[in-house]
Design a protein around this ligand. Structure first.
Ligand SMILES: C[S@@+](CC[C@H](N)C(=O)[O-])C[C@H]1O[C@@H](n2cnc3c(N)ncnc32)[C@H](O)[C@@H]1O
Length: 319
């Protein structure tokens, strides 16, 4: 998965990305409203910290930098203190970052005081795949006849505790070592502040083990579901539902809210009303600003819909 997404010729190294002209639409790519709500959250955190003169915001898996652009456009009160680092593993996407952010390939090697953000990062970090074959075994990729990739199952010395004792034969489950290590590493690098993670999550690995695997191990290409994850590596995105129980094993104080509720609590409704008022006052000769304000209500619907982005999880950790 790591090579297929981030290796030479991998999906993200080779131009795969979020956005209307990309392969999938994420919350920041719906429009600027998501970033405007995050800007309010950042102001809250900055105020809680006593308005320090330097306020770190590290966005990991920043893609082409759309969220960063939106946050600066929303002109938060903390803007003069804001030191925004956009961490993105893909060189092609780093090249698209705006000049006002510090663009990096890896998480900064220093203590962070402020906020670490990520949207749809953890689902994209390579995970181990376990398969129930009378006992739980780990799946590996090998080269089969005719040069095709095949899966081979191997015995493991220690079965991860989160897996159920037994399951129907052929059951599958992700073990997200990279995601849990990421969260642990980030929390250790922070001296004061918050980690805020948006993603599609499931609460329990036992539950996912009895869910048809194609529902949680998904591939995407050009806004459509892709083919089997071993086919045509590099041509499609590969993702998993993020397992909250596994993250909570390493960071028990993580809180979990639905994206719709979280956006409401940080004032998405007020931003929509402000947008409608602005539109009403300017609709006789609308400019770009008026059009953007009018689109807030459609964006809010997409960001909070219960069968779409609104059902995503917002995981938060205070340090
Ligand atoms: C699904 S995209 C989301 C992009 C953006 N956050 C958004 O919401 O539109 C995931 C991004 O994470 C990046 N990524 C994956 N692993 C990473 C890592 N270890 N460090 C930094 N970026 C990473 C990928 O290259 C990709 O751009």
């Amino acid at each position: 998965m790591g090579l297929a997404l981030y290796g030479e010729g991998g999906f993200y190294q080779d131009g795969g990305k979020a956005g209307r002209r990309g392969d999938f639409i994420t919350s920041p790519e719906v429009g600027p409203l998501f970033a405007a709500v995050i800007a309010r959250y950042l102001d809250d955190c900055w105020n809680e910290m006593g308005c320090p003169s330097t306020f770190d915001v590290v966005e990991v898996g920043a893609g082409p930098g759309t969220l960063a652009r939106g946050i600066f456009d929303a002109r938060p009160k903390c803007i003069s203190a804001l030191k925004y680092v956009a961490v993105e593993i893909s060189k092609a996407q780093r090249a698209l970052h705006p000049s006002f952010v510090e663009s990096m390939a890896d998480f900064p090697d220093r203590t962070i005081q402020g906020v670490v953000l990520s949207n749809e990062l953890l689902d994209n970090l390579p995970f181990k795949l376990f398969v129930y074959d009378g006992v739980w075994k780990e799946a590996f990729v090998a080269l089969g006849d005719g040069g095709k990739f095949v899966e081979v199952l191997r015995h493991v010395d220690e079965v991860p505790e989160v897996l159920p004792k037994t399951a129907p034969l052929g059951s599958r489950a992700p073990i997200q070592t990279a995601a849990t290590q990421w969260l642990l590493k980030v929390s250790q690098k922070m001296s004061n502040g918050k980690v805020l993670v948006f993603d599609y999550c499931s609460e329990s690995t036992s539950q996912i083990a009895v869910t048809p695997w194609r529902e949680w191990l998904r591939t995407y290409k050009e806004h459509e579901r892709g083919v089997h994850y071993l086919l045509d590596p590099g041509s499609q995105d590969i993702t998993t539902q993020v397992m909250v129980d596994q993250l909570m094993q390493v960071v028990p104080s993580l809180t979990n809210a639905k994206q719709s509720e979280w956006l409401n609590s940080y004032g998405i409704g007020e931003l929509v009303s402000e947008g409608m008022e602005y539109w009403e006052a300017h609709k006789s000769s609308p400019d770009i600003a008026a059009m953007k304000m009018r689109s807030r209500s459609n964006e809010a619907q997409a960001l909070t819909s219960h069968d779409g982005l609104g059902a995503f999880s917002v995981l938060e950790l205070e340090l």
